[in-house]
Design a protein around this ligand. Structure first.
Ligand SMILES: C[S@@+](CC[C@H](N)C(=O)[O-])C[C@H]1O[C@@H](n2cnc3c(N)ncnc32)[C@H](O)[C@@H]1O
Length: 284
């Protein structure tokens, strides 16, 4: 395993993904009925931004580091952004919360989280991050998230979110994710699915979107954010400039929530930042 999310935690792609996560969970919380969150590639939960790995890339400084809005101005922000920033600030200035911690903070007593992480040391760190929340229904597993997903569906609550956020270390990852979505939709067609993918080429991203539709998604929104950072700085590894999300069965109003949040966030991330929110199947 080469991929360690600690190098990237809090970067612009995390900001976009975690904003979407919060926005979806805000919608699920509107009804009293319980919901489940299944996080198939959960990571370690908390990332030390003062640690050596984060410091080496400095990616958080170009992501969450650009969004620190003074507290007095926060209540004027779009709701999902306001809530996301409050969760990040609540985790302390030093640590950035990953998806399982953000989801945990949004759970009510009747809701539950299943977080899966394949790599033992990351999974052990995840377990200890989650142990702090004794009053929540949390379950973490050391396993392959793709394999476990189909076994966990449909959730007994019959409502909920599946987050699939793989590392994209292997060339096969796009295909693996699309296969997992196809299998999952067969068992839980009404679930909300939040899929993250890197946008390194338009053709590759479009092909993936096509595969998700072929997998059976009838209603799907695609969100792209590019921060215009593709140029390679001499001696430095190429940086990811584009980040994509596909949300299958997004809640009503989610597309507008994301437009409002990204309208605010994109110019803070970069003066070259561009985003797009569009339906690729069905519409509201
Ligand atoms: C992009 S990171 C996850 C970040 C996390 N979702 C967040 O937003 O905070 C991907 C994680 O997936 C883990 N991983 C890789 N392959 C996996 C698999 N097949 N099943 C579960 N986890 C896997 C990696 O160890 C890594 O921690």
């Amino acid at each position: 395993m080469n991929y360690r999310h600690a190098f990237h935690a809090g970067n612009f792609a995390d900001v976009m993904k975690h904003l979407a996560l919060v926005a979806i969970l805000l919608h699920l919380r509107k009804k009293d009925a319980p919901f489940a969150v299944i996080d198939t590639h959960a990571g370690r939960g908390l990332y030390d931004l003062s640690g050596e790995q984060a410091a080496r890339t400095g990616e958080a400084a170009g992501g969450i580091g650009r969004l620190m809005v003074p507290a007095v101005m926060q209540s004027a922000l779009p709701e999902a952004l306001h809530r996301y920033l409050a969760i990040v600030e609540g985790a302390s200035a030093r640590f950035y919360p990953g998806s399982p911690i953000i989801a945990t903070m949004m759970l009510r007593p009747q809701d539950r989280l299943v977080a899966i992480e394949k790599h033992a040391d990351e999974a052990a760190a995840l377990k200890s991050s989650l142990a702090a929340f004794r009053n929540k229904a949390l379950h973490s597993e050391t396993a392959d998230g793709y394999v476990r997903l189909t076994a966990l569906l449909p959730p007994r609550e019959r409502r909920g979110l599946v987050l699939i956020d793989p590392p994209f270390e292997d060339a096969d990852e796009f295909a693996a994710q699309a296969r997992a979505v196809a299998a999952a939709l067969k068992k839980f067609a009404t679930g909300i699915y939040l899929l993250w993918f890197p946008v390194k080429s338009a053709a590759e991203a479009n092909e993936f979107a096509g595969e998700v539709l072929t997998a059976g998604a009838k209603k799907a929104l695609r969100i792209d954010l590019d921060i215009g950072a593709a140029e390679r700085v001499a001696g430095e590894k190429e940086r990811l400039s584009g980040s994509g999300l596909i949300v299958i069965n997004p809640p009503y109003g989610f597309a507008d929530d994301m437009r409002a949040a990204l309208q605010y966030v994109a110019p803070l991330l970069s003066d070259k930042a561009r985003f797009e929110v569009r339906w690729i199947a069905g519409e509201e």
